[in-house]
Design a protein around this ligand. Structure first.
Ligand SMILES: C[S@@+](CC[C@H](N)C(=O)[O-])C[C@H]1O[C@@H](n2cnc3c(N)ncnc32)[C@H](O)[C@@H]1O
Length: 307
């Protein structure tokens, strides 16, 4: 067996999914594991430092250069050094000792609410009678169910989405929100992303959950349609629209999101760090919409918006 490489990146744990996603997109990456350390900073607000261990099958690209470029991109989108963490990197070559299983050790069932859980595909889990489970392989695309921004959208779906309604998931990533909508009884679900690499992952995840996708259309059961697309190109209108994307992107596409909502529909906005919320609130107001409810989890804020 070949040896493997381990990248160690010092991060703010809040950024785990975003940085993991960068690693999966750019490197020959098998899995990631986060270790975190809680501390109090000088103004005595609780915050954390984390270390992301990234397991690579091979070292095809220079990690220092890739991460430098991606960090500059995030900073141009409004993230500060403090929000990102230092991203100090070490790279080491390790002897192979069944390491492909190692990164899986930390993953367990995530109970998002009393009746919604996310289960890694290798774990055998017996749900309660009224429990909805979503089977997912963590780490393949953003949306493993463990990140606060995803959980906030899942909670919004549970509270505001009704069986028989239609749903659009803009920035679908792993497809987790689209899959949940289908399991909540959606009559029609549409998931799109502007990153073509996640579309196949979303489709595979839907299949793992026993859900039909684009290619398996028959007359009786409506599948989920996953495709490479953005909100401005969509002409249909939906009862429930989810968008868990960075605050600056939400702000840019707010009018497009409004255009795909039915008049009495709901929009669930997530991906918003508390200190960036005003940017999103201003764009909601500019689009002539109103916040019906604010949901908060740790430093993350999410809005339920109505026309
Ligand atoms: C934070 S992830 C959310 C994934 C998943 N929906 C969840 O809630 O866990 C954001 C996703 O939005 C996609 N994205 C970013 N900008 C987009 C845009 N303008 N239109 C569509 N998708 C976009 C990214 O590629 C990424 O997959």
């Amino acid at each position: 067996m070949n040896n493997y490489y381990e990248l160690n990146i010092s991060i703010n744990p809040e950024m785990e999914d975003i940085i993991s996603d960068i690693c999966f997109t750019n490197f020959d990456c098998e899995g990631v594991v986060l270790t975190e350390e809680t501390y109090k900073d000088l103004v005595m607000t609780s915050t954390t430092k984390g270390n992301l261990r990234v397991f690579l099958n091979s070292l095809s690209k220079n990690p220092y250069e890739v991460l430098k470029t991606e960090r500059e991109l995030l900073k141009s989108r409004g993230f500060s050094d403090e929000e990102l963490g230092s991203w100090e990197i070490t790279v080491s070559e390790k002897e192979n000792q069944d390491w492909s299983k190692k990164w899986k050790e930390k993953w367990t069932v995530t109970h998002v609410t009393d009746t919604i859980s996310v289960v890694p595909s290798w774990i055998k889990y017996t749900p309660k009678e009224d429990e909805i489970t979503i089977i997912l392989d963590p780490g393949c695309a953003f949306g493993t169910g463990t990140h606060q921004t995803t959980q906030l959208c899942m909670k919004a779906l549970q509270k505001y989405f009704k069986s028989g309604q239609t749903m659009a998931d803009i920035g679908t990533g792993s497809g987790i929100l689209a899959i949940l909508a289908k399991k909540l009884g959606a009559s029609e679900v549409y998931g799109c992303d502007n990153d073509e690499t996640v579309i196949d992952v979303a489709k595979e995840n839907a299949i793992k959950n026993g859900i039909l996708i684009n290619s398996a259309i028959n007359d009786d059961v409506q599948p989920i349609v996953f495709e490479l697309n953005t909100a401005d190109k969509i002409t249909k209108k939906y009862d429930f629209v989810c968008a868990n994307i960075l605050h600056n992107v939400l702000s840019e596409i707010m009018c497009d999101l409004k255009n795909i909502m039915k008049d009495d529909g709901f929009l669930s906005l997530s991906g918003i760090l508390d200190e960036k919320k005003q940017i999103v609130l201003d764009s909601v107001e500019r689009a002539g919409m109103k916040v019906a409810e604010t949901l908060i989890q740790d430093q993350w804020v999410s809005y339920i918006v109505k026309k």
